[in-house]
Design a protein. Structure first.
Length: 373
């Protein structure tokens, strides 16, 4: 099952996802055209609003839940839904607690969820639906087939944007070794990458509701999103996080790594905060990230610091890459550096210098071959 994260409602939905015993019990109630009110939690706060009923403290099973639901009262489960604590309970939350529901069962469920920190689940006898209440929020479970269809549509969108991202990233690598990168080329990577992350997040929300029925989609999403956040972070570190994303040919020292990481995280947060419409507008992305302004901003030349491309070299550590970038500031300068220049960098001996020099030469060669392939 997908990780429910820190959202209380998502955590509650995970408890009733397909593949769980509780969902099986709810399905049995629906099939019998019955109704139910189930509280998941038997702490003192819950017991303080319970009257009547009887104590069970029995192991949970779908069959027991469906049989106990035939009585009028609520069923109280342990917090992990592993045991049935009480049944046929009358719940008496404060009548002053606001509710937008109309039916008695659902009004009680909403008031309990608003007053006690526990999930509450209802099965509607008339509507044949299951609703989950958590604090002041409600989610009505949809048929699995419908959720699967929406998740599949979102997955198709993720695949399209991932293809765009892969092409744009490969193009960026080629342009970097040729020192021909523009702001447009950087944004062309950030846009689809962020869209992949957004739709992947949406799909993971569906996966919580799908439970075990969404395992195949989960595998595909994980594969598509693998390494994407790190790739975006490195692009931002290369082009945006240095001095608030100044454009044009840059020089000078690289600044402290912690400061760059902080700016990179702030930049990624800004990107994530853009609306979908703004994200699809290159000009608005450029303005939001501080990459320039005006009608020619997208065509402005920029130089990579070299963190991402150097990270592709085998047997070159992150610490070595950091020291080289601090010394030379930009990728073009690193590529122009002689073997002796590289050996002068602290902690970079002859063997590492040759590894960097030879690795960059192979990347240049591969870039030329790709261009004329």
């Amino acid at each position: 099952m997908a990780e429910p994260g820190g959202d209380p409602l998502i955590q509650a939905m995970a408890l009733v996802a397909p593949g769980t015993g509780l969902r099986a019990g709810l399905e049995r109630i629906l099939q019998a055209k019955g109704g139910a009110l189930v509280v998941i939690g038997d702490g003192p706060d819950v017991l303080s609003i319970c009257t009547g009923g009887f104590l069970l403290d029995a192991e949970f099973s779908p069959q027991r839940l469906s049989e106990l639901a035939k009585m009028d009262g609520a069923v109280i489960l342990a917090a992990d839904a592993s045991r049935i604590a009480r049944a046929n309970v009358h719940l008496v939350p404060r009548s002053s607690i606001p509710t937008s529901e109309t039916g008695t069962r659902h009004r009680t469920a909403e008031r309990v969820a608003r007053s006690v920190d526990v999930p509450v689940v209802t099965v509607s006898e008339e509507m044949s639906t299951v609703a989950v209440y958590r604090h002041d929020r409600k989610h009505t479970l949809e048929p699995t087939a419908r959720v699967l269809d929406r998740a599949a549509q979102a997955l198709s969108t993720v695949q399209r944007f991932k293809t765009r991202f892969d092409v744009a990233l490969a193009t960026l690598s080629t342009l970097e070794v040729e020192d021909a990168v523009s702001v447009r080329d950087v944004v062309a990577v950030l846009q689809p990458g962020e869209m992949v992350l957004r739709f992947s997040e949406e799909i993971r929300g569906h996966l919580v509701e799908l439970g075990s029925d969404g395992r195949l989609i989960r595998l595909q999403v994980d594969e598509l999103a693998a390494g994407l956040e790190e790739a975006l972070r490195l692009v931002v570190l290369d082009y945006v996080a240095e001095g608030a994303g100044r454009v044009g040919k840059r020089g000078g020292g690289g600044g402290r790594r912690a400061d760059r990481e902080h700016r990179a995280n702030a930049t990624l947060a800004t990107l994530h905060g853009l609306s979908s419409d703004d994200l699809l507008d290159m000009g608005k992305v450029v303005a939001a990230l501080g990459l320039g302004s005006g009608p020619t901003a997208l065509e402005e030349a920029v130089e990579a610091r070299g963190l991402r491309l150097l990270g592709r070299l085998p047997r070159v550590s992150e610490a070595t890459i950091e020291r080289i970038v601090e010394q030379f500031a930009t990728l073009p300068r690193i590529m122009q550096a002689s073997l002796g220049d590289l050996e002068q960098v602290g902690g970079v001996g002859g063997a590492k210098a040759r590894a960097v020099k030879n690795g960059l030469a192979r990347l240049v060669e591969a870039s030329i071959l790709e261009r004329y392939d």
